[in-house]
Write a new protein. Structure first.
Length: 140
């Protein structure tokens, strides 16, 4: 495992499963799946790519409360206008993933963007957590 991946895993502790498996049924949505997530780290931030095919920005909910990041998205069946659903072999479902964030993340500055079924979250690090070079004073 690479050093960057180890750092990222230390900074973001997963509260749910690590693999994209079926989760327990949800009262409101039926089945809920745990979406796979890729996490990248730089000196400035963490970036999370969350695979959520079938979810659009209108059916997506991302919240941070008490350092807990919750990602939820609902998939709806797209029935053409003027038609009624006669048979559905694919079930509408949802995605849910929860992460506990470290103190190094600036939770007030998290940014989210959805494109082609992939949610990209940018979680900036707090200024105190960013690496910086220490200048060395030379005494005469």
């Amino acid at each position: 495992m690479s050093e960057n991946k180890q750092k990222a895993e230390k900074q973001v502790e997963k509260r749910t499963g690590d693999t994209p498996v079926e989760a327990a049924p949800n009262r409101d949505w039926g089945r809920v799946y745990v979406p796979p997530v890729d996490i990248y780290e730089s000196d400035e931030s963490l970036v999370m790519d969350v695979d959520m095919p079938g979810v659009d920005d209108k059916s997506l909910n991302v919240t941070v409360e008490n350092r807990v990041l919750t990602i939820e998205g609902q998939v709806a069946l797209d029935v053409p206008v003027g038609h009624a659903l006669a048979r559905a072999e694919c079930q509408a479902s949802g995605y849910r993933r929860v992460f506990e964030l470290s103190d190094e993340i600036d939770t007030g500055s998290v940014k989210a963007r959805m494109k082609h079924g992939v949610l990209r979250l940018t979680l900036p690090k707090r200024e105190e957590a960013k690496s910086r070079k220490i200048e060395i004073a030379v005494e005469s």
